[in-house]
Design a protein around this ligand. Structure first.
Ligand SMILES: Nc1nc(=O)c2c([nH]1)NC[C@@H]1CN(c3ccc(C(=O)N[C@@H](CCC(=O)O)C(=O)O)cc3)CN21
Ligand SMILES: CC(C)C(=O)C(=O)O
Ligand SMILES: [Mg+2]
Length: 298
């Protein structure tokens, strides 16, 4: 989705005669509405030219922090595999794990649209399997939408889910569930690969996806996809031209151990904060200064 002019209804404060810009209370980020955000709100915000943020979340407590911060869309990503469950990759994540953590994120939030990843092996057999597993996340976990990986190769799955009334976010470019086949390399480089990415983008839009994640693709190609499609593009490692941006929250707050992708930005150092708190507690226990009288019952 692209507009000819950059428009941001929530700024600047200067007077504008354009009535479409007048109502900043509607803004996806910074707006005043407290009801649950829907895929229609996402489409409307993108049509107004608002860029919007999305973060992953894997538990109720963290999700409630992001909900109170105004993050309008949260992804219960299968990145829970490496970020939360201690696996090497997203590949081992099961439907049971997705269902439990997705339900927790829904319970922790009031306003955000919650999108849950369909994990590897839960939709590759075909549209009927995809529908069975997506239905479980909608009914049992209470999410508002699901996400699955693949462009042309997944279009039948997307179409059946959309026909059944399940909003679908697509995911093309680097698709980490295929790591064993594709590695973690920039996608869409070279003419043939760029054409394939454009075909994938059109295929998921035609199948009815309400948005599409573009992961690890060159900025110029992400810009072309964004201009070509009418649905919003959500970038991760795809440059600044997409309609939205998503990051894995543990990378964003500096909690992920080890190497993180170059495209992430660290806005806090939670590893340091948590480690320092744990050391201070340990030292007070060893030194006998915790618990103090105010923590003690008689
Ligand atoms: N913590 C975390 N952050 C993520 O962004 C993330 C996950 N986990 N797990 C699921 C996928 C896997 N992702 C990945 C994993 C590795 C690279 C990576 O190694 N990228 C290289 C660039 C490779 C190239 O130049 O071709 C990098 O240095 O960023 C990128 C995305 C993104 N997702
Ligand atoms: C990186 C995002 C888009 C994702 O799919 C995940 O966190 O699982
Ligand atoms: Mg994922």
């Amino acid at each position: 989705m692209s507009l000819s002019a950059a428009q941001n209804p929530s700024s600047p404060a200067g007077a504008s005669s354009d009535s479409s810009k007048a109502d900043s209370s509607k803004a996806l980020y910074g707006g005043t509405s407290t009801r649950r955000i829907t895929v229609h709100d996402i489409a409307a915000a993108t049509a107004r030219g608002e860029k919007w943020p999305m973060l992953t979340a894997y538990d109720a407590m963290t999700a409630s922090v992001f909900d109170e911060a105004g993050i309008p869309v949260m992804l219960v990503g299968d990145s829970m595999g490496n970020c939360h469950l201690g696996y090497e990759t997203t590949v081992p994540v099961t439907m049971d794990e997705m269902a439990v953590l997705s339900a927790a994120v829904v319970r922790g939030t009031r306003r955000a649209l919650i999108v849950a990843d369909l994990p590897f092996g839960s939709y590759q057999e075909g549209p009927v399997q995809a529908l069975r597993n997506a239905t479980r996340l909608i009914k049992e976990s209470g999410v508002g939408a699901v996400k699955l990986e693949g462009g042309e190769r997944s279009h039948e799955q997307i179409r059946l889910l959309v026909e059944a009334g399940i909003p679908v976010m697509a995911h093309i470019g680097l698709t980490p569930q295929s790591v064993n086949a594709m590695g973690y390399r920039v996608q869409g480089r070279g003419e043939e690969a760029a054409h394939q990415l454009l075909r994938d983008a059109k295929a998921v839009q035609d199948a009815g996806a309400f948005a599409v994640v573009l992961e690890l693709v060159p900025e110029e190609l992400a810009a072309e996809v964004t201009r070509t499609l009418h649905i919003p593009t959500v970038g991760i490692g795809a440059g600044a031209a997409t309609d939205a941006q998503v990051l894995v929250y543990t990378d964003m707050v500096g909690l992920t151990g080890g190497r993180v992708p170059r495209f992430t930005k660290q806005y806090a150092n939670m590893r340091q904060v948590l480690g320092d708190a744990a050391k201070e507690f340990a030292e007070e226990v060893v030194g006998g200064t915790f618990p103090a009288p105010e923590h003690t019952f008689h």
